[in-house]
Write a protein that binds this ligand. Structure first.
Ligand code: ADP
Ligand code: MG
Length: 239
């Protein structure tokens, strides 16, 4: 069973009497431990797809299944719960709070979840060790390099032990070498069994992931490539 499955998903916006199919009949299965990029030009529907995959938004038509549960018609509150339990987000601009130190930034999702101080600190430290930043806990974000800030953001995404990590242009503000280090970190996380999804418009970044999903005009563009990848996966792990 796929960890995350989309069946004939469409997302339609109505603006000024016009209908925009941001996603147009998209079907897709993502397995645990996959490292995937979603690539496509600006306006192709990447962010819309990411919002649906990340349980930030519901489709207009079609079905979304997470861990076998149909969440297509879930309420905003139900989606928020699923999201907090299952998904970690990483953004291009890191989205760290400048007045909090590294440790406090990483603890924040657990503060929102109502967790007590002791376990919170322990988990935050464990996540910071994973990104090799346990020695910088007292620093404010602006005392760190861009790559270090993104590693703090990744630690923050890890504290709820998410099955899925969704990253929107995570290396967009980093130089090439630092970007590679961050991509290596994502690869390690996928090897731990987490599904890591990178959204990017950069083909060089998409080239590092074993699987690529190309989206154009709201549709998955390279159907044949996807079908062959599906067959290869099925052959590698018979049900
Ligand atoms: N909230 C919205 N209201 C109306 N149109 C939208 C909205 N969000 C996205 N769109 C449109 O849907 C299409 C896909 O957008 P988007 O998913 O943001 O693409 P990308 O992330 O690949 O640049 C675009 O034509 C965009 O203008
Ligand atoms: Mg976008």
């Amino acid at each position: 069973m796929a960890l995350l499955g989309l069946r004939n998903v469409s997302k339609i916006y109505h603006t000024g009497g016009e209908e925009i199919r941001a996603l147009d009949d998209v079907s897709l299965d993502l397995q645990s431990g996959e490292f995937i990029s979603i690539i496509g030009p600006s306006g192709s529907g990447k962010s819309t797809l990411m919002h649906v995959l990340g349980c930030l938004d519901s489709p207009t038509h079609g079905e979304v299944r997470l861990d076998g549960v149909d969440i297509s018609r879930a309420t905003a509150g139900q989606l928020a719960k699923v999201r907090n339990r299952t998904i970690g987000f990483v953004f291009q601009s890191f989205n760290l709070l400048p007045k909090l130190n590294v440790l406090q930034n990483v603890e924040l999702p657990m503060v929102y979840a109502g967790m007590g101080g002791g376990p919170r600190r322990e988990r935050a430290m464990e996540a910071l060790r994973q990104v090799d930043l346990a020695h910088r806990v007292k620093n404010r974000p602006n005392q760190l390099s861009g790559g270090q800030q993104q590693r703090v953001a990744i630690a923050r995404a890890l504290v709820n032990d998410p099955k899925i990590i969704l990253a929107d242009e995570p290396t967009g503000n980093l130089d090439t070498h630092t970007g590679e280090l961050i991509l290596n970190l994502f690869r390690d996380l996928s090897r731990q069994g987490r599904t890591v999804i990178l959204v990017t418009h950069n083909p060089e970044i998409a080239a590092v992931t074993p699987r690529r999903i190309e989206i154009r005009n709201g549709k998955i563009a390279d159907r044949l490539d996807e079908r062959l990848a599906g067959l290869a996966r099925a052959a590698a792990s018979p049900a």
